[in-house]
Design a protein around this ligand. Structure first.
Ligand SMILES: [Zn+2]
Length: 281
């Protein structure tokens, strides 16, 4: 398998009640960081897994009814926190980013898409089909802000679920099949339905031989998948399919139990955010 390195970008946060995101959590507001991941691939260059928040979010929320999004989840991010700004700060030329993987189309994952004008976007077909025609209330109630996508998005998107499936090694059980994103076995995508239609996560192995699973919003914290703890029933209001969410979380829990050395990184997990802050991916 091709060796890759992983970086974590903190793109800002919104505040949420802890007890909503995790049953048994406290009734206090906690920051809910939106992370994005950089997958440094030896042949493909820097590949992004989601793009977090950017200033585009505020632009998209300027008018009603899309403004409801920012009222329900007040977002705190500043320009230097966008993935694009962080990359430019590191001397990375943005057009060199040729691939952006989008786990799903919620605004906290596609906020930076517009900053990567040369990139191809990779998602599940059903995820895009579910949102592409939605506008106004029909969009915002699914956590989707249409202005976040560039006008030429439809020409630049590629669907991973149109590829052949490959059989996964036993270490990823109960996941048994995946889409091989680059055809070299380095990034393997599996469907994680429930939180959003067509959500997926990716397995990869870093340069130290560490297996990592970027599981997007299939779990909101490490505790959730370790203990198989569901969010508060109120959180089901924003889920596309509560039954599927429960089933997917159960699979993450089983995966963790059968392979405890695998690192599972939920996008909004405070532990993963801390690893990123400490530079210990
Ligand atoms: Zn999210």
């Amino acid at each position: 398998m091709t060796a890759i390195t992983l970086t974590i970008f903190d793109t800002g946060y919104c505040r949420q009640l802890e007890a909503i995101s995790l049953r048994g959590g406290e009734w206090r507001m906690v920051p809910f960081h939106a992370l994005a991941f950089g997958i440094n691939h030896p042949e493909r260059g820097l590949v992004l897994f989601d793009t977090g928040y950017t200033g585009h979010f505020f632009d998209a929320c300027r008018t009603f009814p899309l403004s409801l999004y920012s009222k329900v989840t007040p977002v705190c991010t500043h320009p230097a926190q966008s993935v694009a700004a962080q990359l430019q700060n590191q001397g990375v030329d943005l057009p060199s980013v040729r691939t952006v993987l989008l786990s799903h189309f919620h605004a906290d994952h596609i906020g930076g898409v517009r900053d990567f004008g040369q990139a191809e976007f990779v998602c599940m077909k059903e995820a895009y089909e579910h949102v592409r025609e939605r506008r106004g209330f029909a969009a915002v109630r699914h956590g989707f802000l249409p202005p976040l996508l560039p006008d030429d998005f439809a020409e630049r998107v590629r669907f991973i679920d149109e590829r052949e499936k490959v059989v996964l090694s036993d270490k990823y059980r109960p996941f048994t099949e995946a889409y091989d994103v680059f055809g070299d076995g380095s990034v393997l995508a599996v469907g994680l339905p429930g939180h959003a239609v067509g959500q997926y996560g990716v397995f990869l192995t870093d340069e130290h031989g560490q297996d990592i699973f970027l599981c997007a919003d299939a779990a909101w914290s490490s505790r959730a998948y370790r203990k198989n703890v569901l969010p508060h029933p109120l959180a089901s209001l924003i889920m596309s399919d509560v039954y599927a969410y429960r089933k997917t979380l159960g699979k993450l829990h089983e995966l963790h139990r059968s392979n405890p050395t695998l690192r599972i990184y939920p996008t909004h997990c405070a532990d993963v955010w801390r690893l990123g802050q400490e530079g210990q991916v």
